[in-house]
Design a protein. Structure first.
Ligand SMILES: [Zn+2]
Length: 299
């Protein structure tokens, strides 16, 4: 599953290619993808019809993001809410020079052939085609007339701070941490606190901060909270800058693999040597997730 840096990288890559283009035609090959969220949704013909009618002919004005949701904003206020979930993939192919922009699930699954058996939506734009593929069909692409409509669903209600936002201050983070109890890693993974930290970045943040991921939050000192905060606001922008991590076969908008993976200090390094002290890194299960940390450098 992509984490925030990967989704942000995809957003930036797609934005460069599709903004300013008009949607000429929309073809929905699996209705449930545009019919709702969750696993129980089914194909809703009226929603499919509405989806196609509302998008066709409209120009793409921008692509924005909230947590791991992407919003493709259309003229006259409409927008597409895209969530790739586990295996969603967006691929844009230009008609002009055949250049391809892709992100989400690995492109090799689709064999570079487009559309393929996992293609469920085809947006024909003026200069190219945007495909939505999804092997396991957990993702969704929904049309809304306005952001207010999305807000009415409470879609963003439970989301915490964006690590890149101004509102995410040390004071606010400290206050939040002081009000919480439980395992640190569980809290870092909790999207109600800070969005975008998944298994990779939660471990990396704890390592850089010198704090064990299995620590109880209520035992953290002010200084340790500060170190965690500093690590979050350094690591996330750095990962975005480098295009995210290529682990979990996540591909970037330009088809290349993210290279923040080269900077991973602990993720997937269980049993290997700690870069700081040379001791073997511990690998265990914390908050239900495989977790790697240094038992010497992290307290
Ligand atoms: Zn160490």
């Amino acid at each position: 599953m992509p984490e925030l840096p990967e989704v942000e990288s995809l957003r930036r890559g797609l934005e460069e290619f599709v903004v300013g283009q008009r949607v000429r035609n929309v073809e929905v090959l699996l209705g449930k993808i545009v019919s709702g969220r969750g696993t129980k949704r089914t194909n809703d013909e009226s929603k499919v019809k509405n989806f196609c009618a509302k998008i066709s002919g409209k120009k793409i004005l921008s692509i924005t993001r909230r947590a791991k949701n992407m919003m493709i904003n259309l003229e006259r206020g409409g927008m597409l809410l895209v969530h790739l979930k586990m295996t969603g993939q967006l691929v844009y192919k230009s008609n002009k020079d055949n250049s391809t922009v892709s992100g989400g699930h690995p492109i090799q699954l689709s064999d570079n052939k487009l559309p393929n058996k996992h293609t469920y939506i085809i947006f024909t734009l003026e200069d190219g085609v945007l495909y939505y593929n999804d092997v396991r069909q957990f993702g969704y692409v929904l049309y809304f007339d306005s952001i207010e409509e999305i807000n009415k669903l409470g879609h963003f209600d439970d989301l915490g701070w964006e690590p890149l936002d101004e509102g995410f201050t040390l004071a606010a983070f400290t206050e939040k941490m002081k009000s919480k109890k439980g395992i640190l890693k569980k809290l870092l993974l909790d999207q109600k606190v800070v969005v975008g930290l998944g298994n990779i970045y939660a471990d990396e943040v704890c390592y850089e901060a010198g704090v064990r991921p299995d620590r109880k939050v209520e035992t953290l000192s002010k200084k340790e909270i500060q170190k965690l905060y500093n690590s979050i606001i350094r690591i996330i922008p750095r990962a975005i800058e480098l295009g995210g991590s290529s682990v979990a076969d996540y591909l970037l908008a330009d088809g290349s693999r993210g290279n923040y993976a080269h900077e991973h200090k602990v993720y997937k390094r269980g049993g290997k040597k700690c870069f700081k002290c040379g001791r073997e890194l511990n690998k265990s299960e914390v908050a239900g997730r495989t977790t790697v940390y240094c038992g010497f450098d992290q307290k």
